[in-house]
Design a protein around this ligand. Structure first.
Ligand SMILES: CC(=O)N[C@H]1[C@@H](OP(=O)(O)OP(=O)(O)OC[C@H]2O[C@@H](n3ccc(=O)[nH]c3=O)[C@H](O)[C@@H]2O)O[C@H](CO)[C@@H](O)[C@@H]1O[C@H](C)C(=O)N[C@@H](C)C(=O)N[C@H](CCC(=O)O)C(=O)O
Ligand SMILES: Nc1ncnc2c1ncn2[C@@H]1O[C@H](COP(=O)(O)OP(=O)(O)OP(=O)(O)O)[C@@H](O)[C@H]1O
Ligand SMILES: N[C@H](CCC[C@H](N)C(=O)O)C(=O)O
Ligand SMILES: [Mg+2]
Length: 521
């Protein structure tokens, strides 16, 4: 290995390994069946011209807005030593005056991108205990719980998902829930360098369809549930199920942990082509069960029953029975991840017992039933519920915990599935006492029209309803009317720190806005 590579910009980027063994275009072309023009020694891969580091292979892929080849000149300027593209991209490069740039050419380059990225970074995922979590609801919660409890129990753990990435307990900024394959394998490479043992990551259905987890074989894949979501991206629920089910095939995972309380989970357990272990709160036939469940406003305790008579107690820092289900999934997947052939037979039992004890010491999950407490005589909770099942779950959990009134501030995001809007309005007006319909991220849509669609759903409910478009004003109003014993829920944005309106993201954090409102209450 040349020590020069330690001097590259990669050594300063926390999203990449500091050191990689250079690989030549000729080697990559041979291994992945690509045409090659010229040669270069590649030390990294990226899909984004804006994140090129010197020595990178820039993957110029066709997209929905542009062909990546249009950004190749910028990529080369930033230090890319070669470009991976298709025939159309190669022609575009020539037209842009980049005819001498070393090239790898293949039809459908996205199909090789995952395996190629893994190769460039030295297949780091093979050296991690990898947990991949899919489902409509609960991915962030489950992965973050797994990571924080592993850390608390003394294991070096990482997590990748909607709230970003953490390596050894340190935040690393990533933007997609499931990063693109080159970024993902780079992150794994860094995790291996940081001596990470285990990584829990969210696998979105977009990621599966777009090949973002290609080149990864998960030690354990987890299926939480399937509800209404992303019907803007997947044409039918059947397509959406098929996208998620693809994770439970031998090329993607060695074993599946599946929630059989969920209708689609039962179907997956029957149809999957890898070994499956089931978990459930309600189905007594499941391999992993939780009994003696005690739900409190600030968390829950329960007894876990696993295979082979394994039994231990667990205490989760999160309220709600759905979070008991998420926690059970996290514990079962940790047990599987620590039960590889190379481990001593009892090792996984020991790990999962200590993790279950550590859970309550771990942090909660940002923006998931997150309480904002400034000593006020009522409760304020910020929750990322932005889909019908999530609104139902969060409000359904808080309703029986409410001594007086349940006040909900809610909206819906623009440029996303429109069908969910009235359903979210209906659920709010049925479960809450007072609903304030406001803006979420309008994106490029007319905010008033989105609110109208949410309001349309509220008409048959028992709650009183008002409309305040400005989200800050809506939150201030909710706080101003709250009385002792009330619970105020601010739904939809959770951990988000910005509000996107017409392409501009304005700083906005529900938790901070609540704190400011409480200060002047
Ligand atoms: C539908 C979708 O997922 N699109 C993703 C896709 O876009 P695209 O293929 O259409 O790309 P494009 O914008 O036409 O650009 C073409 C190419 O030029 C490149 N480019 C573009 C601009 C530039 O300056 N430089 C540059 O190199 C792009 O990286 C891309 O490779 O490839 C892009 C590059 O990686 C992604 O940023 C983009 O995600 C967009 C931003 C997105 O919003 N994705 C969401 C829907 C998403 O993936 N969400 C899921 C889960 C959500 C959930 O369940 O909650 C997630 O995993 O995050
Ligand atoms: N198992 C569950 N069943 C139903 N609702 C849930 C469950 N877990 C979490 N929720 C609700 O869904 C919201 C989002 O949870 P979380 O962020 O963990 O899910 P996610 O799958 O990562 O979502 P996203 O795809 O939007 O990132 C929570 O704030 C809560 O309201
Ligand atoms: N990953 C989700 C986040 C939605 C968050 C919510 N605040 C909204 O804007 O709808 C999406 O992009 O669909
Ligand atoms: Mg998530």
């Amino acid at each position: 290995m040349s020590s020069a590579y330690d001097e590259t910009a990669a050594s300063k980027s926390p999203t990449r390994p500091r050191k990689t063994e250079p690989v030549t275009l000729a080697e990559l072309a041979g291994e992945f069946g690509m045409d090659v023009r010229g040669d270069a020694r590649v030390t990294g891969v990226t899909l984004s011209s804006q994140r090129v580091l010197p020595g990178d292979l820039y993957a110029a892929l066709p997209g929905s807005r542009a062909h990546g080849a249009s950004y190749a000149p910028g990529a080369v300027e930033a230090g890319a030593v070669a470009v991976l593209t298709d025939a159309a991209g190669a022609a575009q490069l020539a037209a842009e005056g980049l005819e001498n740039t070393p090239l790898l050419i293949i039809e459908q380059p996205r199909k090789v991108l995952g395996a190629l990225s893994a190769r460039v970074y030295g297949n780091p995922s093979d050296r991690l205990r990898l947990i991949g979590v899919t489902g409509t609801q609960g991915k962030t919660t489950t992965t973050r719980l797994a990571e924080s409890a592993l850390l608390e129990a003394g294991h070096r753990a990482g997590v990748i998902g909607t709230v970003g990435t953490r390596i050894g307990g340190h935040d690393v900024k990533t933007t997609l829930t499931t990063p693109e394959a080159p970024d993902l394998h780079g992150l794994f490479g860094r995790m291996v360098e940081e001596e990470t043992e285990a990584c829990a990551m969210e696998v979105s259905s977009h990621a599966l369809v777009m090949g973002r987890v290609d080149g990864v074989v998960f030690d354990v894949a987890v299926f939480l549930n399937l509800g209404r979501d992303h019907l803007d991206f997947h044409e039918t629920v059947e397509d959406y199920f098929a996208a998620k089910a693809d994770l439970f095939t031998p090329q993607r995972a060695r074993l599946g942990i599946v929630n059989i309380d969920d209708e689609h989970g039962r179907r997956l357990a029957a149809e999957a082509t890898i070994p499956i272990m089931s978990y459930a709160l309600h189905d007594e036939g499941a391999d992993w069960r939780a009994t003696d469940v005690e739900l409190r406003p600030d968390g829950s305790t329960f007894t876990v029953h696993g295979p082979g008579g394994l039994e231990f107690s667990a205490a989760s820092p999160l309220a709600g029975d759905y979070n008991v289900s998420n926690t059970l999934a996290a514990l079962a997947s940790i047990h599987v991840a620590y039960s590889s052939a190379a481990d001593a037979p009892e090792a996984a039992d020991e790990v999962v017992r200590s993790v279950a004890t550590a859970l309550a010491r771990g942090s909660g999950v940002p923006g998931r039933l997150e309480r904002v407490d400034e000593g006020q005589p009522f409760t304020v909770v910020v929750d990322y519920a932005h889909k019908p099942d999530a609104v139902e779950a969060a409000l359904g959990t808080l309703r029986p915990l409410t001594e007086s009134r349940l006040i909900v501030v809610i909206g819906a995001g623009g440029d996303r599935d429109t069908g969910k809007r009235p359903i979210m309005g209906e659920i709010s007006a049925r479960l809450a006492d007072h609903v304030i319909v406001t803006d979420d991220n309008p994106r490029t849509e007319d905010a008033a029209s989105i609110r109208r669609q949410v309001l349309d759903g509220t008409t048959g409910g028992t709650a009183s309803v008002e409309e305040i478009g400005d989200r800050r004003a809506a939150i201030e109003r909710a706080i101003s009317i709250a009385e002792p014993g009330d619970i105020v829920v601010v739904a939809g944005k959770g951990h988000e720190t910005g509000q996107e309106i017409n392409g501009v993201t304005h700083p906005f954090d529900d938790r901070e806005v609540v704190r400011a409102a409480l200060a002047s209450h």
